[in-house]
Design a protein around this ligand. Structure first.
Ligand code: 4NP
Length: 159
């Protein structure tokens, strides 16, 4: 059975689509595409059906990531059942996910993205939407570190 991972942020146009692209890239490089699948979603549906934020896409593409996911709202009754790991980007995402959880099985699936970080453990992945270029670069720095640690975590679980 594949491990199924859902990355969640507020709007699903900056952080979680980037996490999805960074993580997918690592999974592919490790030859684990048959063992892991990933997707992303947002707590709010304000940007549903939109592509990722154009600024985020520009910064990601400079590092070789293609952000091709389309924004969608997190659906508790479907997503808590369909995924093994639900990964929030900051404390607000975690509170929202915990509020939407239907019980302990759901709560046990919720993790903070930087729980898995090697260099930046415990830091939130801050919302870059209203800031400048540095915010988008910071998101990618944090995600590259956290996704690497997260893949190692899954490898350890599988083996
Ligand atoms: P994200 O960034 O949660 O990283 O996708 C945001 C995008 C849009 C909004 C907030 C955060 N918004 O309020 O529209």
């Amino acid at each position: 059975m594949k491990k199924r991972v859902l990355f969640v942020c507020l709007g699903n146009i900056c952080r979680s689509p980037s996490a999805e692209a960074v993580f997918r890239n690592l999974v592919k490089k490790s030859g684990m595409e048959n063992e892991i699948l990933c997707d992303s979603a947002g707590i709010i549906g304000a940007h549903s059906s939109e592509p990722a934020d154009s600024r985020m896409r520009v910064h990601a593409s400079k590092r070789g990531y293609r952000l091709d996911s389309i924004s969608r709202k997190f659906e508790p009754n479907i997503d808590f059942d369909n995924f093994d790991y639900i990964i929030g980007m900051d404390e607000e995402n975690i509170w929202d996910l915990e509020r939407l959880a239907r019980g302990n099985d759901d709560l046990n699936k919720i993790h903070r993205m930087t729980d898995f970080s090697e260099k930046h453990a415990g830091q939130p992945v801050p919302d870059p939407y209203y800031g400048g270029a540095r915010g988008f670069e910071l998101v990618l720095d944090l995600l590259e570190d956290a996704c690497k640690g997260f893949l190692q975590h899954i490898k350890n679980e599988i083996s």
